[in-house]
Design a protein around this ligand. Structure first.
Ligand code: NAP
Length: 474
């Protein structure tokens, strides 16, 4: 169902799209699929609602958002099962996403009360200078399938907290989680038109978002190519954009690192969400003298990860999201083999009895070289190459040799080296001995072609605020 101007409804055309379970290949649901007409209606409703929503107090907005966070938690198990069914991740990870998704809502509910301004010391005695923060206006958001709840809450709840009204287009593979979130928003009592949900063909909806002058802000998470296109299309109406795009994270292990900790860290950052996160490790660089020990221990652990239907409690790695994802992973592995890569574990698809899913075995490839596709492209799957290096300068240059700049990891016990690496790595997020450098309290976002802007933290609100300068002469 679409949710426009406070009403659940079908598309005017009666069109629907089918949602499948990537673990079983079975159909899960049919949902309404709206296009440009519905998107325009949603934008108009959001515009109308903005006239009063922008004048609500931070406390009023906070109260509604806190209610939403409560409802997400109350319905947590049902939403977690929906996430696993429609995109495949393990139920343990889906439950974690419920916690983080609700925590984002709660964080921004609190921030709604703290939209401060500034007083600027004036150069003349008879002037008073001020800076006010105001909501930017109608905001549109486009999200991917890999975190079907938290990617949405990270965008639309700072917008609502700031006093913006929103229209969301979720990924077509995961509309059911988005619908459940909007049910929570609906029950929380947000006025009609403040939050709208449009599901349907990406190009059509994206075109209306980018060309409609009413939309003042576009927030996107997805691939770099689509992000570039949306930025270009948004230029004609000079919209503010924030872009959370692709990544190609290096994971650097120095000879002084605690090897077991580094192995555990690499396992979690590589294989979480079956390798389908933007901050997933995509390349491991290990100091020459410990490369063999690290590779052996890492491959042994990777090989033990249980692959299966995410709904089974013991599953660690669920299916990939679709056939194209499986094809890309297989292609990267075959290409690596052709270029001399040595497959330490995995390296093939997995057929599980009674299922028709997109499963791929956790795969570790050592003796990796720079001419492999996997060395330069984001794989988005449970596969990782291991490179060895000799000097700090060499690994810095290799780690930075990419157009991406989202997340990087480094393991060392040497504090000075850790600080040097922090400064040298050209990434928006750096984890030193930390495989999970992410928190609702902190800003998340990349540099270079990994994006523009931040989500989460105090900075996440700024993306939805405009600064107005006021000069009063007295
Ligand atoms: P994608 O193909 O770019 O799709 C993302 C979203 O954009 C989907 O809702 C998609 O809808 C929509 N879309 C596609 N073409 C569009 C168009 N012309 N106009 C408007 N919307 C359009 O990305 P994906 O493969 O699903 O997601 C994986 C990518 O997201 C990876 O590159 C990953 O690194 C990145 N990501 C980044 C972050 C971050 O925070 N930096 C977080 C998560 C994921 P359709 O599916 O209908 O095309």
């Amino acid at each position: 169902m679409l949710y426009i101007n406070g009403t659940w409804r079908q598309a005017q055309s009666g069109e629907t799209l089918t949602v499948y379970n990537p673990a079983t290949g079975k159909e899960l649901a049919e949902v309404a699929s709206g296009g440009r007409i519905e998107t325009k209606e949603a934008i108009d409703a959001a515009n109308e609602a903005f006239t009063h929503w922008k004048n609500t107090t931070g406390l009023e907005r906070s109260t509604l958002l806190r209610k939403t966070a409560e409802l997400i938690r109350e319905n947590g198990e049902d939403i977690a099962q929906t996430i696993t069914k429609e995109m495949g991740k393990s139920i343990t990870e889906a439950r974690r996403e419920i916690i983080s998704g609700a925590n984002y809502v709660e964080w921004f509910a609190e921030e709604a009360k703290r939209i401060y301004g500034e007083t600027i010391p004036a150069p003349q005695k008879d002037k008073h200078l001020m800076l006010m923060n105001e909501p930017i206006g109608v905001a549109a958001a486009i999200t991917p399938w890999n975190f079907p709840l938290s990617m949405i809450t990270r965008k639309i709840t700072p917008a609502l907290a700031a006093g913006c009204t929103v229209i969301l287009k979720p990924a077509p593979n995961t509309p059911l989680t988005a619908i459940k979130l909007f049910e929570c928003l609906d029950k929380s009592g947000f006025p009609a038109g403040v939050a709208n949900l449009v599901i349907g063909p990406a190009e059509e909806i994206g075109k209306e978002f980018t060309t409609n002058p009413i939309v003042r802000k576009l927030a996107f998470t997805g691939s770099t190519n689509i992000g570039k296109k949306l930025m270009k299309d948004s230029a004609a109406t000079v919209k503010k954009v924030s872009m959370e795009l692709g990544g190609h994270a290096p994971f650097v292990v120095f000879e002084d690192a605690d090897i077991d900790e580094a192995v555990a860290g690499a396992i979690s950052t590589k294989f979480v969400n079956s390798g389908q996160t933007c901050i997933c490790t995509n390349r491991i660089y290990v100091a020459d003298e410990i490369a063999d020990e690290f590779s052996t221990k890492f491959a042994q652990k990777a090989n033990k990860l249980k692959v299966g239907n995410g709904l089974e409690e013991e599953t660690k790695i669920g299916p990939l999201v679709n056939a194209q994802a499986l094809e890309k992973v297989s292609r990267h592995v075959e290409d690596a083999k052709k270029h001399g890569g040595n497959v330490l574990c995995g390296g093939e698809t997995l057929d599980l009895p009674g299922m028709n899913g997109f499963f791929y075995k956790p795969t570790v490839i050592n003796e990796a070289t720079e001419d492999m596709q996997i060395a330069t492209e984001e794989t988005f799957g449970p596969v990782v190459p291991i490179f060895s290096f000799q000097t700090e300068d060499e690994v810095i240059s290799k780690a930075n040799d990419t157009n991406y700049g989202l997340a990087a990891y480094c393991y060392t016990k040497d504090l000075s080296r850790g600080l040097r690496m922090t400064r040298q790595l050209e990434y928006g997020i750096v984890g030193i001995n930390d495989p999970a450098p992410i928190a609702v309290q902190s800003p998340f976002g990349g540099v270079k072609e990994s994006g523009i802007g931040k989500e989460g933290g105090r900075q996440g609100m700024e993306e939805y605020l405009e600064k107005k300068f006021i000069s009063i002469k007295y």
